[in-house]
Design a protein around this ligand. Structure first.
Ligand code: SF4
Length: 299
């Protein structure tokens, strides 16, 4: 029996799965995230959330009339990512989805462990999660583009979105508040539009769904999580939600309202002068960070 505290209902396993899938498919179909006939690259990490998304889309691919391919980016984090890759390979095979594994080393020339060693030498001007996030977004887009995907689906859930919103508020990042949504448009020929079918679903429900689908992955934590500011917001939100189970939904409602009204300067995306990929300035963020990391190595 699953208890949904913000709506006050108890659901048996069958009804929980039915409710979960119909909400995610509503977002996919009614919000126009994915259209019939499209080729969808699903970003998987080997964790429960992304495998739950791959499970959902592979289960309903005929109804949605879509073609699926899974993409896993190995950041190069010793003792962490390799065990998750094994889980992703096992489930992709079981569900009949091709899995493409690429690494930061292939695509960006160095592993995250090597990048973090250089960040430490440079006095941690950038945090490991900043570099990891920028490189992962770059790598996923590059591979989705190479695979001819029409959409890139990620497993970001309501908790992720609410944490990101609070973080953007704390940093007064109006452009990020205006930009982050359930689906992003194709604003550059080399930008594969992103969609988030779990955008309105709390993390705990995604985990229950994964459990009910028999998904098991190794419980290993990234060693760099201790540097993450976002993790502080995550713990704080979860503590508040213990006292008030509706808080995350109310922040999400505020996010939806505010993001439509924020007046942020929106310049059209350009092409990076170094790699040709989408960039908001002359050089994209991934090339800028790569440049910084190689300057630290030479110093
Ligand atoms: Fe990357 Fe940070 Fe997540 Fe580790 S915790 S995988 S460094 S974003």
């Amino acid at each position: 029996m699953a208890w949904i505290p913000y709506s006050g209902v108890h659901l048996c396993a069958r009804h929980f799965v039915q409710r979960f899938e119909s909400r995610a498919l509503w977002a996919v179909e009614k919000l126009g995230m994915i259209r019939r006939g499209e080729r969808v690259a699903v970003a998987v990490s080997g964790g429960k959330d992304s495998l739950a998304l791959l499970r959902l889309l592979s289960k309903h691919r005929d109804r949605l009339s879509i073609e699926l391919v899974a993409v896993l980016i190995d950041e190069g984090i010793r003792g962490y990512r390799p065990r998750k890759v094994e889980a992703a390979e096992r489930y992709a095979r079981e569900w009949g989805v091709e899995l493409v594994v690429r690494s930061f080393r292939d695509l960006l020339g160095l592993t995250l462990d090597e990048a973090v060693a250089r960040l430490m030498e440079g006095g941690l001007r950038y945090k490991p999660c900043t570099v990891c996030g920028v490189f992962r977004r770059y790598a996923l887009n590059a591979v989705a583009l190479e695979l001819g995907a029409d959409k890139l689906a990620t497993a970001h859930n309501l908790d992720d979105e609410v944490q990101a919103f609070l973080l953007n508020m704390a940093q007064a990042s109006f452009a990020a508040i205006a930009r982050e949504g359930a689906a992003t448009p194709r604003s550059h020929p080399k930008l594969v539009p992103r969609v988030k079918p779990f955008y309105f679903i709390p993390e705990k429900e995604v985990l229950v769904y994964a459990l009910l689908q028999g998904i098991e992955t190794p419980e290993v934590e990234c060693p760099y999580i201790v540097y993450s500011t976002r993790h502080v917001f995550r713990r704080w939100l979860n503590a508040v939600a213990e006292m008030d189970p509706t808080v995350k939904h109310r922040v999400m409602a505020l996010k939806v309202m505010v993001s439509g009204r924020v007046e942020a300067p929106r310049e059209p995306l350009r092409s990076c002068t170094l790699c040709g990929m989408p960039a908001s300035k002359g050089v994209c963020k991934a090339c800028e960070l790569r440049g910084y990391l190689s300057s630290v190595a030479k110093a």
